[in-house]
Design a protein around this ligand. Structure first.
Ligand SMILES: Cc1cc2nc3c(=O)[nH]c(=O)nc-3n(C[C@H](O)[C@H](O)[C@H](O)COP(=O)(O)OP(=O)(O)OC[C@H]3O[C@@H](n4cnc5c(N)ncnc54)[C@H](O)[C@@H]3O)c2cc1C
Length: 396
C-alpha cells in the first residue's frame, strides 16, 4: 500500500495532537519536526506550576471564551474534539489520571507536564511517528500537489503530500520566532504579536510595596470595561499578576471589590456597629476580615478625606480604583494576541495561498483567557487539522 507522507512541524500540544490523530491511520507516514532539541518546551513551562489542561463548561459557554472566529466556529470545533475527547485521550490513550479542581479547571493528577509529555512522545514513537528534533523549518512551497519543505540542517528539500504547521505564538520567547519573517516573505497576512494573559504595571507607593509585595489580594472581584472576574491577584513590584487581571486587563482604570461577599449596606452596617470611638480604618480592620494586602492597599492608596469617612471608605472597599498603566512584555506573557490572520485560512485551517499546508494552535490570530482554554483550543485544532488531512487524502 502506498503511504501518504505528512509533515507536522512544531511539537507543542497542537502538533503532538495532530500527529497522534494521524498516527491512528496506517495509511500515513508521519514526520514530526521541531526546531529545538527537546519537544514541547512551552507545554513543560505551562506545567511547571500545575498543568491546567481544560475547563468544565457547556460547549456554548466554553466557546464564548474565545476571540477570533465567531462563536459558532468554536462550538463546531469543540463538538468535533472538545474537553471530553481531550480528557479521554489523556486518560485512556496515555494512561494518566486527570481531576476537576475546585475552580472548574481540569488538571493532570501529577500536576507536572513532564510525564504527560514523556508518555505522549513515547506513544507517538511506538506508533511509528518519525521525530526530527533540531529541525527548523526555513522555507516551504507547494508545487504539483506536493509540499516541499526546507530545514536548517539539510540542503535537500523534503517532499510531502500534506504538511501542517503548529509553530506557536510569540509569548515567553527572547526574540520573535523566525517563522514570522518567513511567513511575511511568503505574502501571508500576519497580525503582529502582542502580550495576552499578562500582568499589568501599576505605580504602587513605596510604603504599600514594603507591606504587600509578593502577597495575595485574596478573593477580590475585578471589574473593567471587559467585564468582571472573581479571583486572587498577587502584588508585585511592578503591579499585579493573577487570573482576574489576565482576563480583564487593559490600559486605563479598573476597579477592585475588596469584599465581594458583602453588599455596601452590609459593610456600612458592620462599620457603624462598632461602639468604641475607633477611626474608620481601624473599624475596617476589626470588622471586615480583609487580607493583609487589601488592608495595606486601603491604608496606603486612599486619600485622607476618604480614609476618615465611614461612608466614603465603605464605597471605596466596594470600588477601589486602580490605574493599569501598561501590560508586561511578551517575554512574560502566558500567551500572545496576533498571528496568522484567519482570513488567509479555509475553515479546515488550510492556507488559501498554499493548498496542502495547514496551520493551527497559538500561531493563529485568536485569543482566549488562561484556565485551560489555550491548551484545549490548540489540541482541538491539532485534531481538527488531522481529520481534514485524512479526509482530503482518502476522499480527494
Ligand atoms: C508560563 C505559561 C503558563 C501557561 N499555562 C497554561 C495553562 O495553565 N493552561 C493553558 O491552557 N495554557 C497555558 N499556557 C499556554 C500554552 O502553553 C500554549 O497556548 C500552548 O503551548 C500553545 O501550543 P502550540 O502547540 O500552539 O504552540 P507551542 O506549544 O508554542 O509549540 C510550538 C512549537 O513549534 C516549534 N517551532 C517554532 N518554529 C519552528 C520552526 N520554524 N521549525 C520547527 N519547529 C518550530 C517551537 O519550538 C515549539 O516547540 C501557558 C503558557 C506559558 C508561557
Amino acid at each position: 500500500m502506498k503511504m501518504s507522507k505528512v509533515a507536522i512541524v512544531g511539537s507543542g500540544p497542537a502538533g503532538l495532537m495532530a500527529a497522534s490523530q494521524l498516527a491512528k491511520n496506517p495509511a500515513f507516514e508521519i514526520h514530526l519536526f521541531e526546531r529545538r532539541s527537546g519537544l514541547g518546551r512551552k507545554l513543560l513551562i505551562a506545567g511547571s506550576s500545575g498543568l491546567n489542561i481544560s475547563h468544565h463548561l457547556s460547549d456554548e459557554d466554553f466557546a464564548a471564551h474565545y476571540e477570533g472566529w465567531g462563536k459558532s466556529y468554536w462550538e463546531n470545533l469543540f463538538q468535533s474534539f472538545g474537553p471530553k475527547e481531550w480528557i479521554g485521550f489523556i486518560e485512556k490513550e496515555l494512561g494518566l489520571e486527570t481531576f476537576l479542581g475546585t475552580s472548574d479547571r481540569y488538571f493532570v493528577r501529577e500536576m507536572k507536564a513532564s510525564s504527560l509529555l514523556k508518555k505522549w512522545t513515547d506513544d507517538l514513537k511506538s506508533r511509528g511517528v518519525v521525530v526530527h528534533p533540531e529541525h527548523e523549518l526555513t522555507d516551504f512551497e507547494t508545487t504539483h500537489g506536493q509540499v516541499l519543505l526546507s530545514f536548517n540542517r539539510e540542503s535537500e528539500r523534503w517532499s510531502f503530500e500534506k504538511a501542517a504547521f503548529f509553530l506557536g505564538g510569540g509569548s515567553w520567547e527572547e526574540v520573535q520566532p523566525p517563522w514570522v519573517e518567513l511567513f511575511k516573505r511568503k505574502g501571508i497576512s500576519f497580525e503582529e504579536f502582542s502580550p495576552s494573559n499578562v500582568g499589568y504595571e501599576i505605580a504602587w507607593s513605596h510604603e504599600f510595596l514594603k507591606e504587600a509585595e509578593g502577597k495575595p489580594l485574596k478573593k477580590v472581584k475585578m471589574q473593567s470595561s471587559r467585564g468582571q472576574k472573581l479571583g486572587e491577584l498577587v502584588v508585585t513590584s511592578y503591579g499585579l499578576e493573577g487570573t482576574p487581571v489576565y482576563f480583564l486587563g487593559h490600559v486605563g482604570t479598573a476597579y477592585l471589590d475588596l469584599k465581594p461577599d458583602l453588599t455596601l449596606a452590609q459593610i456600612q452596617k458592620r462599620l457603624n456597629d462598632v461602639t468604641e470611638n475607633f477611626s474608620p480604618i481601624r473599624r475596617v480592620k476589626q470588622k471586615l476580615d480583609l487580607c493583609e494586602a487589601s488592608l495595606a492597599l486601603l491604608f496606603h492608596h486612599t486619600p485622607p478625606g476618604i480614609k476618615n469617612d465611614l461612608v466614603l471608605i465603605s464605597e471605596r472597599i466596594k470600588m477601589f480604583p486602580i490605574e493599569l498603566l501598561r501590560p508586561r512584555p511578551l517575554l512574560e506573557a502566558i500567551s500572545s494576541k496576533g498571528g496568522v490572520v484567519l482570513g488567509g485560512l479555509s475553515l479546515d485551517l488550510e492556507l488559501k495561498a498554499f493548498p496542502g499546508i495547514y496551520c493551527g494552535g497559538e500561531m493563529l490570530d485568536w485569543d482566549a483567557p488562561t484556565g485551560g482554554f489555550l491548551i484545549q483550543a490548540c489540541v482541538s485544532q491539532g485534531a481538527y487539522v488531522a481529520t481534514a488531512i485524512v479526509k482530503k487524502v482518502t476522499q480527494p
